[in-house]
Design a protein around this ligand. Structure first.
Ligand code: PLP
Length: 385
């Protein structure tokens, strides 16, 4: 049975072109780019090329690109680094729907005496901009708001937020892990100070990330040690990861148009067919302002986990909006922040596509899903029969 992979917001397949570009850097060109010899130096040249490719995708200078260990490290570095650069400021502003890589950091800061504001969202997951506007003041060390939400695909008004922060002299960070490669970015025309991305969400390997740091932004390094990355991130470079991310960035730039036409059309086809064939199904998120690849659908009165298990029997991979924590099914913090009713939050499924998905795969899923939903509804104790 073939795998039908609709879970690209969780991780993506490494592109063949990326894999073949990386391969020589394991057993042949394994030198340390910091070494004085030519053998190591040739690796340094490839790292420079990768940095230029990432800069091209972000529309920034290569010197503004710092390679990190993952998206999580980029998020942690941005927040902790901005705080140490402005030690007198004691307030941190974020949103209630961030990835744990941001939320867990903010909540830990709260325990250490910082004032942490988590700005809310409305029923469609749209950020309460007025609340944000009220909160950003001269005690604020950093504002961190994600570019696009990993669960719903919602895109936030990042440029507007960046301008607000800029006008008040506050550093602005955005977790753009889900946005990079799906929507065009141009840092040279933006007021964003810090931006995180992760390789494995755009067809590069796992364990490589980038923190974009706008020239002139004060940031204290988070990882201390050697002088790699211009003294801004210590640790011997993940050479294959960096080279792979460079290639993936180049491919992402070339595929942006396809992402927003063919992939979006596949997502829409899948979504519309499901809404048409299944009763009591609704979309979670801002339909007008979403990533082109993401669809989060609630199927009322049934458990997301049960849907996932039945999809899995057909080789279809997706995610549910509830996480099994200590035996009880907790609806995701994102759907809770949106006030999605309990019965709908529990039965939510996220389909996230990529350029590797085909029409045939979507047709297969469209054929199987109504049967799964009907079967589970028959078994549901919540549905009147
Ligand atoms: C996946 C993800 C991360 C974490 O990236 P890793 O490289 O897995 O650490 C952070 N933020 C968002 C929005 C993500 O989707």
């Amino acid at each position: 049975m073939d795998t039908i992979y609709f879970d690209n917001n969780a991780t993506t397949r490494v592109a063949e072109e990326v894999f073949s570009e990386i391969q020589p850097y394991f057993c042949e060109m394994y030198g340390n780019p910091s070494s004085m010899h030519t053998f190591g130096g040739q690796v340094g040249v490839k790292i420079r090329e990768a940095r230029e490719r990432v800069a091209e995708l972000l529309g920034c200078e290569p010197s503004e690109v710092i390679f990190t260990g993952c998206g999580t490290e980029s998020d942690n570095t941005a927040i902790m680094g901005a705080l140490s650069a402005k030690p007198n400021r004691r307030k941190v502003i974020t949103s209630r729907v961030e990835h744990p890589a941001v939320l867990a950091v903010c909540r830990s800061l709260e325990r250490h005496g910082y004032e942490v504001i988590e700005v809310g969202v409305d029923a469609n997951g749209r950020l309460d901009f007025d609340e944000l506007d009220k909160q950003v003041d001269d005690d604020t060390a950093i504002v961190s708001i994600m570019y696009a939400n990993n669960e719903t695909g919602n895109i936030f008004p990042i440029e507007r937020i960046a301008e607000l922060c800029k006008s008040r002299g506050v550093v602005f960070h955005t977790d753009a892990v889900q946005a990079v490669g799906k929507i065009p970015l141009k840092m040279s025309e933006s007021e964003i100070d810090l931006l995180s991305l992760s390789g494995h969400k755009l067809h590069a390997p796992k364990g490589i990330g980038v923190l974009y740091v706008r020239k002139g932004t004060r940031l204290t390094p988070y990882m201390l040690g050697g002088h790699q990355e211009g003294g801004r991130r210590a640790g011997t470079e993940n050479v294959p990861g960096i080279i792979g991310l460079g290639k993936a960035a180049e491919l992402a730039g070339a595929n942006l148009a396809e992402e927003n036409s063919r992939v979006k059309a596949l997502r829409d086809k899948l979504e519309n067919a499901i809404l048409k064939s299944c009763t009591d199904a609704r979309i979670n998120g801002d339909v007008e302002n979403r990533l082109p690849n993401t669809s989060n659908i609630s199927f009322e009165y049934i458990e997301g986990e049960a849907i996932l298990l039945m999809l899995d029997k057909f080789g279809i991979c997706a995610s549910s909006g509830s996480a099994c924590t200590s035996g009880s099914l907790e609806p995701s913090h994102v759907l809770r922040a949106m006030g999605v009713p309990f019965t709908a939050a529990h039965g939510s499924i996220r389909f996230s596509l990529s350029r590797y998905n085909t029409d045939e795969e979507v047709d297969f899923a469209i054929e199987k899903i109504p049967g799964i939903i009907n079967r589970l509804r028959e078994l549901s104790p919540f549905v009147a029969k």
